[in-house]
Design a protein around this ligand. Structure first.
Ligand SMILES: Cc1cc2nc3c(=O)[nH]c(=O)nc-3n(C[C@H](O)[C@H](O)[C@H](O)COP(=O)(O)OP(=O)(O)OC[C@H]3O[C@@H](n4cnc5c(N)ncnc54)[C@H](O)[C@@H]3O)c2cc1C
Length: 431
């Protein structure tokens, strides 16, 4: 029988302790709801400050409160898995390519500053079945933007990574050497801890919008009646965002079950460790994966969207079909792992926006509320860049100041239903 991964693994993964709650910490300049990749980095950069590539400073000098229902990096959160890929390849999309490069710079800078390993520099292989597919478009974008990459033939691939099998089914392979894996759950904890060290208040509570006045939200409240007031709020609630704002986002973001398997290599076989095998993506086959970290086997995940999923109560047990499909795939591409045992499984969820873009926008019904979400299966790596963008916008940077019209993709609209008066769900709807 397949099991789900348990949350705790000793001191390394211990949650930063929520501080004792004093009345004074109930009023802040900014309240951020959600300590995943998006909310954690936004809270940290708002509290600690940051420097944009053009030298402008953003954030800092604020009293920020970060609130999470279960705590940073918990297993229900989309950011709560062990690893996530960081890669710049995004076909012809220049904004996400630039953002991923900037995010990588920020991840690396902060892991050095915080003295914690968060980036595993594994590289990434993109298996291309066609000469002119997404991989070729990514290579063109890389050339334009100066992103290191190599185009490999099957022979070159096999001479460098003989554990990969090619059976005449690949046109070429795009190799992205600067890509790699992020230690996701550990990173959420590291960001929350750094946030606290720089003076931020971190609270474990499940909150929802409370009183508002004149188009401004005044406070968030929990079920016991505790309230946190602030000048501004960011809701970075991942898959819970449509529940918090059902009128606005109920149809804009859907939440789907995503299965992940960790397959164990034979004793003494290091060929599938991340140091020996880059992360990989196989668009045509609909699979991607990450080489084994010390504690886990090779991560193998089908890219197909699963059924609708309840992030609070959904049972985190993978479908038998996912295992069958993964084994079929491994037999073709990584035959030495085809019969390897499943060491761990993980059920996560995508919070897919209607167009696959992030939502990083002011709430149309509250002038002092910002929304961050719609990760759509690719948001984790961008956490620091998303935080930087949102903090700059809250500092007054106009939309489009950095990326022109390309930033319009982050708006609420135009396929979203019209905004009615912001209505507030009850905690029964939320959790
Ligand atoms: C299987 C899978 C593979 C993926 N692979 C990649 C990858 O390789 N690379 C990549 O970049 N991205 C990847 N992603 C996407 C990425 O993980 C997400 O885009 C990202 O983690 C979303 O972060 P978030 O902060 O928006 O949401 P979350 O991490 O879910 O954080 C939201 C937080 O808000 C809290 N919250 C919600 N409601 C409330 C409330 N009312 N009160 C208080 N707290 C609340 C929750 O407890 C939670 O901690 C993948 C996703 C999945 C599912």
């Amino acid at each position: 029988m397949l099991g789900t991964r348990s949350g705790g693994r000793g001191a390394l993964y211990a949650q930063p302790l929520p501080e004792a709650l004093h009345e004074s910490s109930r009023t802040a300049d900014l309240v951020v709801v959600g300590a995943g990749a998006m909310g954690g980095w936004t809270a940290y950069l708002a509290q600690a400050g940051g420097v944009l590539p053009d030298g402008r400073t953003v954030g800092g000098g604020r009293r920020v409160t970060l609130i999470d229902a279960w705590g940073a990096g918990h297993p229900r959160a989309t950011s709560g898995d062990e690893t996530r890929i960081i890669r710049a390849a995004h076909g012809a999309d220049r904004l996400y390519t630039r953002w991923a490069r900037r995010a990588l710079e920020l991840w690396r800078r902060h892991e050095r500053e915080w003295n914690v390993e968060l980036v595993l520099p594994a590289g990434m292989l993109w298996f291309a079945g066609r000469p002119d597919g997404e991989e070729a478009a990514s290579a063109r974008t890389f050339t334009e933007l100066g992103v290191p990459h190599e185009r490999l033939g099957a022979d070159e691939l096999l001479s460098r990574w003989p554990q990969v099998a090619v059976r005449g089914d690949l046109d070429h392979i795009l190799y992205e050497p600067d890509a790699g894996a992020l230690m996701a759950r550990k990173a959420c904890l590291a960001v929350a801890a750094a946030f606290q060290r720089t003076g931020g208040s971190y609270v474990v509570a499940a909150v929802m919008p409370g009183r508002s006045q004149g188009g401004r939200l005044l406070q968030v409240v929990d079920r016991s009646g505790r309230a946190w007031s602030a000048d501004r709020f960011v809701f970075a609630a991942g898959p819970w965002l449509p529940r918090l704002f059902p009128d606005l986002l109920g149809e804009a973001i859907s939440v789907t079950k995503q299965d992940v398997l960790f397959i164990g290599p034979s004793a003494g076989d290091r060929r599938f460790h991340w140091r020996a095998l880059p992360c990989w993506g196989d668009g045509d086959a609909g699979f991607y994966g990450i080489g084994a970290t010390e504690a886990y086997g090779m991560k193998v995940a089908p890219e197909r969207p699963g059924p609708e999923f309840d992030p609070s109560h959904g049972e985190r047990v993978v479908d038998a079909d996912s295992l069958r499909l993964a084994r079929d795939y491994l037999r073709r591409r990584f035959p030495a792992l085809a019969n390897g045992p499943v060491l761990e499984t993980r059920v996560c969820q995508y919070e897919r926006s209607v167009h696959g873009h992030f939502l990083l926008a002011r709430h149309p019904g509250y002038e002092n509320v910002w929304l961050a979400g719609g990760g759509s299966g690719h948001g984790f790596k961008h956490g620091p860049r998303i935080g930087e963008y949102l903090v700059a916008r809250m500092d007054g940077q106009p939309e489009g100041a950095e990326d022109g019209d390309e930033e319009m993709r982050f708006r609420v609209g135009p396929r979203l239903p019209p905004v009615r008066d912001p209505s507030t769900p009850t905690d029964a709807d939320l959790f």
